[in-house]
Structures are given as structure tokens and as C-alpha cells.
Design a binder for this molecule. Sequence first.
Ligand SMILES: Cc1cc2nc3c(=O)[nH]c(=O)nc-3n(C[C@H](O)[C@H](O)[C@H](O)COP(=O)(O)OP(=O)(O)OC[C@H]3O[C@@H](n4cnc5c(N)ncnc54)[C@H](O)[C@@H]3O)c2cc1C
Length: 456
Amino acid sequence: MNTVTRPRILVVGAGFAGVECVRRLERKLSPDEADVTLVTPFAYQLYLPLLPQVASGVLTPQSIAVSLRRSKKYRTRIIPGGAIGVDLKSKVCVIRTITDEIVNEPYDYIVLAPGSITRTFDIPGLTDHAFGMKTLAEAAYIRDHVISQLDLADASQDPVERASRLQFVVVGGGYAGTETAACLQRLTHAAVKRYPRLDPSLIKWHLIDIAPKLMPELGDKLGSSAREILRRRGIEISLGTSIAKAGPEEVTFTDGRGVPTRTLIWTAGVVASPLIATLGAETVKGRLTVAPEMNLPGDDGVFALGDSAAVPDLAKGDGAMCPPTAQHALRQGKHVADNVIASLRGQVMKPYVHKDLGLVVDLGGTDAVSKPLGIELRGLPAQAVARGYHWSALRTNVAKTRVMTNWLLNAVAGDDFVRTGFQARKAARLKDFEYTDAYLTPEQVRAQVEGSGRPE
Ligand SMILES: Cc1cc2nc3c(=O)[nH]c(=O)nc-3n(C[C@H](O)[C@H](O)[C@H](O)COP(=O)(O)OP(=O)(O)OC[C@H]3O[C@@H](n4cnc5c(N)ncnc54)[C@H](O)[C@@H]3O)c2cc1C
């Protein structure tokens, strides 16, 4: 019989922040000091920055899905499911398992690291017709979808249908959108050579953003280098522009242009996971307000970090909060583990401070722009830094080997542009990939915890 009185630490989310935190807790806490539990819907940590390379077929999906069960030293109990609500008062997290059972998981310490979801706006048709680029399934789906547009355009006798299948729209000029447009344009550019009946000049990629600049964090010179590379490849960039309306066969831009297309990829920013709203606590732009130590002021044992938390950026000052990047999430993961341990042992917690190391943007092939430690790089040196950075940030040697092998294989043998059809005819809206409708309201959480009601 288990008569455990050890403190229970519950970590929600196995992304950059959550996994880093769990691994540090395992290393620094002795097994009889605390029980560590991780809630995660998937059995892997996803290396999101390389998703565009999965969509474009440079990497296989498995190579960026880093196993959570690589070593016997990993003693954390893993609950396969998603947290759908947290009741801070009774210290219970409500979980929907992958078999749809609802369980209440009590905790003494909770570390909230569920990341973010695609940010959408109230634009007619958007959530029904846009694809995101946040999950492995989305990346794999988009790859198949893009190749299927070539297949269908090739088979079609109708010039109007052909034209709409061969136009592609990416919204969001941040690094996610820019890399996605750049990598997928390379895919269609290379693939169309296998379709002798298709006129390559009909293929058009549009990259649009409401902001006046692409990736403003790159600065003016590097930003215009990136723009130049994309323009040279024929990607039409429209700044100060967004989507007014999205339909199954046409997208209308805010400048009035109607673009016939069956492919709208929406990467216009992220918002914190809907789990945060279930707490009923204070938020900044949807991210949980936390102290510089990443704890929730006034609530013992509650910590939040990564994309889902508004962690003050002390290195920047001026009330800034850390941007939602892997760079911060990773470091916050380690740091929050130290603070949980300090809190458990009655020691003083330390504030999180990290100076941004810069940005790398892989535009495919030998095209890249990078700004490590403020140094501006272009072309091959930038590409070497971008790939070297991502490669070294992959957690396991197996993942490193898979990614390196894939890069080499792709450089030597190229892509075979195979459409797998695994997800054909499946619902493919944002909510189907990101489970945004799975969460409870604070009232439903209370009811579930008090046992007076079972959520549907
Ligand atoms: C295409 C793309 C490119 C990017 N490129 C870069 C880059 O070059 N450099 C950079 O620094 N950052 C980049 N980012 C941003 C970076 O990936 C995120 O900032 C980072 O992943 C945030 O880490 P996190 O741990 O907070 O969240 P994630 O890494 O997203 O992890 C969250 C985890 O929680 C799980 N989860 C979600 N909801 C629940 C729930 N309810 N219950 C349990 N588990 C849950 C998810 O499945 C996931 O495993 C990119 C992002 C994208 C999408």
C-alpha cells in the first residue's frame, strides 16, 4: 500500500519549459524528497523551431519528436492526457486522459508550462479555413495538403481551379511564418519539375503581415536581406495587410484583393494556452501574471513559465515581459525547477534573468539570416549558425543523429514529394489540431473538483 507523504510536484506540459524543469527536478531531488508527475498529451517533446522543415519534407516528423522515455534515470510518472482545468483553492488539476477519462490530480506544487496556441481574430471564415503551424500533425498535414494541390491541379482541366490550387497564402511575417513560406516555396518549386503538365509560373506564394516590416527584431539591414531572398524566389510580400475574409476557395486581403487559393496558413502570433484562463487568476495578454521568480504571488506552490506566463524580462527592464521563445522557455525551465526546490526546502527563490542571445532564421537551402549576439550574418555562415544552434539544442543524441542524417540525406538525395494520405478527409481546423475546445470554465472546474458535476 502506498502511504506516501512526500510533496507532490505536478508539471503540466512537456515542451521546452516543462521537460527542462522535470529533468532538473529528477537530477536535483532525491527520490524520497518529492514525487514528480508530468501531464502531457504526447509522448515526446516537440522541437517546434524545426516544424517548417517537417512541412517541407527536409526532416521526417519523428526526428523532431524527442522521446520522453529515453533513459532509465527518468523516474517521473507521466500521465498521458491534457490538463483541462486547475482549481487553485483545493490544489487539484483536472485532466482529460488520452482515453477521454476525467481525473482529478491533487498537487502540492504545480508548474504550468502548457505553452501557447495559434492566435486568431474575429475574421469571417478564418478558423474554418486556416491551417496553423504549431503541432507535428499540422506540419505533416500541410505537407500532404500542399502536395495534393499540385496533384489536383495537374489532374484538373479547369484553368480556374488550377490557378486557385497553385496559389498559397501565409499570414504572419514573424520567424514562424517567414520560415514556413520560404521552406514550402522551395518544396513546390522543386516538386513542380515532376509535373510536366503544370506551368511553374502559375505557382504563387504570398506572405502577408499587418506590420510594416518582416521580423522587425532582425533590424533593418538583415530584414531587407531576408525580404530580398524571398522576393528573388518569387514570394510576393504584402506588408500592412491582413485577411478580411477567408473562404474554401478564396481569401480576401484587407487591401481589397481577392486571391483564389485553397491554402491559407495562419501564423500571426500565439496566445497562452486556454488552460491559463481556467485558473481565474490575473493575466497579461492572456499569459499568467507571475513574479520574476515565476511563482504566482499570493498562491503558494504555483509556478508558470514559457509561452503561457508573463515572466518579467529583468534583463530588458522597463516592465517588459519575456518574449514567447524557446530560448527563454528552456532557461526558465531550469530556473523554475531550482525555485520549486528552494521553496520545498525553505530556501530563498531567485528571480529569472536572461539576456536574449539573438535570432536565427532558416530560409531553406543555403539561404538564412542570423543575428547571434548582435552579429549580423547572411547566407552560408548564417545557415551554419542556424542549423548548429538548433542541432545543439536538441535534447538527445538520437534526435541529433536523426536530424543530421535527414539534413545530409536531403542535401544529397532531395525529396520524393510523397503524399502519405494519412490524414486525408479528417477534420483539419485549428481547433482539431490544437484541442482549443477541450477546456473547462472555472465554474466547471470547481464542480468537477467538488464532485458535484461531471463535464461533458
Ligand atoms: C514554427 C515555429 C518556429 C519557431 N522558431 C523559434 C526559434 O527559431 N527560436 C525560438 O526561440 N523560438 C521559436 N519558436 C517559439 C518556441 O517554439 C516557443 O516559444 C516554445 O516552444 C515555448 O516553449 P513552452 O515550453 O512554453 O511551450 P511548448 O514548447 O509549446 O510546449 C508546451 C507543451 O505543453 C503541451 N500542452 C499543451 N496544452 C497542454 C495541456 N492542457 N495539458 C498538458 N500539456 C499541454 C504541449 O503538447 C507541449 O508539449 C517557434 C515556434 C514555432 C511554432
